[in-house]
Design a protein around this ligand. Sequence first.
Ligand code: ADP
Ligand code: MG
Length: 384
Amino acid sequence: MASISEVAEQFTELYGHAPDGVWSAPGRVNLIGEYTDVNEGFVMPLALPHTVVAAVSRRTDGVLRLHSADIDAPVVELRIDELAPPSDGGWASYPAGVVWALRAAGHPVGGADLHLASTVPTGAGLSSSAALEVVTALALNELFELGLSRPELAVLSQRAENAFVGVPCGVMDQMASACCTEGHALHLDCRDLSIRQVPFDLAAHGLRLLVVDTRVKHELGDGAYAERRAGCEEGARALGVSHLRDVPYAELDDALVRLTDDRVRRYVRHIVTDDERVERIIGLLDAGDVRGIGPALTEGHASLRDDFRISCPELDLAVETANTAGAYGARMTGGGFGGSALLLVEAVEAETVTKSVEAAFAAAGYTAPRVFPAVASAGARREA
Ligand code: ADP
Ligand code: MG
């Protein structure tokens, strides 16, 4: 991984002048609340120590130059007044989309030179795309003195991904990258974007949260995201609410009886119970019972596997193996059909559980997973 100063040096070598500054934005894992963001419900992500680091300088001639140390391709040069969706969806469309979204919202961005290097695994459900957008937004916000708040930068980053890149994601990932703080999980209400930093210092409790990146991404996932979102909207319509967030957990059984389509019923049950699990986990964390959140994590996995049906054999194997090996709880995290799982384990047992999961993957003939600890880290920031 390139250090902050190395990224700045690479920038200077590439563009022939020093950057105005260096910024970073993290990837994230979501502790609980899956697909609830697009139902205006609750989520609870934490930022990873893995970041996209971007050296950036301001330009005023309408030119945008983009380069990634992680992509074997020359500098992409664009004119900002020619940016318009739809984009080609390539990597440069993420930062270019942020410039487009800022300008479309009336913010005076005059151009930029940008060079980045990242330690966020891409396509692993850890939100490298949001980190890339948020680091761009934060840098431009400072360089052009736009005065936008972090939630505003997150929403514009989401707009870039939705409308410019063409990916219909919710707002959780960008909010996590922009607003998380070290040692906390972020309790986010995806309706009004109100946030609360919930203490989540696992080391102080002798615990560890492990990420198992399965390194698989099944084709099935491509259309499934939109299908699940549409199914949730269908459920909300059938129940006469604007979003499933408005179905109280206490009224879930009554609501399910009113739904005739089994598929929609399952989707509704997942969303409403996952919103409840967010609240339950917050209550346990506030009470200092960190080990006690384990069963809610595993329940969340069962709900995604059986009701929402977005798990896959690799994720199920990671969760089952971890629980058998002594984890307090485990679940898949992110959009599903591959990507990563989360395991809550006693710190002293982290190695044993990791070895069990690796052995189970090897025995099943799966790609070797990448296992690493998720330490609740800082959100986007200026580094130099
Ligand atoms: P995730 O956000 O889960 O990592 P996505 O498919 O949403 O997966 O985003 C991954 C995409 O983001 C990559 O295909 C690439 O276009 C872009 N991206 C992420 N990291 C980098 C990087 N370091 N350099 C260039 N592009 C990147
Ligand atoms: Mg993404």
